[in-house]
Design a protein. Structure first.
Length: 105
């Protein structure tokens, strides 16, 4: 009985939502493009473009191996997708927080 509860608790943490309000939610950028192709629209691409335009001022692209200018910190992130209650698609770029511990002053 106890073993079954532990396994159920682990499975509930691992399981990801694949749909919200009946709309498939992508887990990656490639997945978003695939969903748009299948649906014959570009709603996820528009959400991604809107997010990239809003953070474009903050992000500077530096080539691998290039020196980082003083005052800047190299970091990484990923995109989280969501569906709002009015069925708008939302994309958010978030930092990989687990990698920031050694970069804090």
């Amino acid at each position: 009985m106890k073993k079954a509860r532990i396994i159920a608790a682990v499975k509930s943490r691992i399981k990801r939502k694949t749909h919200k309000y009946g709309i498939e939610v992508p887990q990656s950028v490639e997945d978003a493009f695939r969903i748009d192709r299948e649906n014959g629209n570009n709603m996820w691409q528009q959400a991604l473009a809107l997010e990239m335009n809003s953070i474009g001022v903050v992000i500077t692209s530096i080539r691998d191996g290039a020196a980082i200018p003083p005052g800047l910190t190299r970091t990484s992130g990923h995109v989280i997708f969501d569906v709002k209650m009015d069925f708008r698609r939302k994309a958010r770029w978030v930092l990989d927080g687990h990698r920031l511990l050694n970069q804090l002053p």
